[in-house]
Write a protein that binds this ligand. Structure first.
Ligand code: UDP
Ligand code: MG
Length: 149
């Protein structure tokens, strides 16, 4: 991976419901206002295989077919975000999986609908973030920083 700065990097996916509801700008704004910086960004249709790898931990759950259908209902937008404590910060800004259990002011509570259609994915640990970034981005699609210093 090209990135060798001191900042942590995490993977965010803007899910199909985020695009359908035209909330991409709102969600990205929350991350930027929290001090996170975009260091990679692309629109992707997620294949069955990529989804099975990304969601390996829920592959055997009865609801997985619905998750797959939802995640393939449109392209998604994959974003690499860099910043101090980026993984935990993104998870905090997102709120928990179920928007109804999230507090107002979190992305999932403010824009999400239910436990499946919850607007956004964020890596849940620095280790998983690295694995997910490798899964979604090639080296030349990630930048040490998007800003000129
Ligand atoms: N999901 C679902 N039903 C559930 C749990 C999860 O449809 O009971 C979906 C939901 O879209 C969630 C994704 O599967 O975001 C991945 O689940 P995970 O437990 O990793 O939650 P997250 O890390 O996204 O909060
Ligand atoms: Mg997860």
């Amino acid at each position: 991976m090209q990135i060798a700065n001191m900042n942590e990097i995490t993977l965010v996916l803007l899910k199909p419901d985020c695009l359908a509801k035209r909330h991409c700008g709102d969600v990205i704004k929350r991350f930027e206002q929290a001090g996170l910086e975009i260091v990679g960004c692309k629109m992707m249709f997620l294949s069955e295989q990529l989804l099975a790898e990304h969601y390996a931990h829920i592959l055997d759950k009865p609801f997985y077919p619905d998750v797959q259908a939802f995640m393939q209902s449109s392209p998604t937008i994959a974003i690499a975000l860099s910043g101090e404590n980026a993984v935990a910060l993104v998870r905090e800004l997102m709120g928990p999986t179920d928007p109804l259990k999230a507090v107002p002011g979190t992305i999932r509570r403010d824009f999400g609908e239910d436990v499946k259609s919850n607007i956004v994915h964020g890596s849940d640990s620095p280790e998983n973030a690295l694995a997910e970034l490798k899964r979604f981005f090639s080296d030349d699609e990630l930048f040490t920083t998007s800003l000129k210093r």
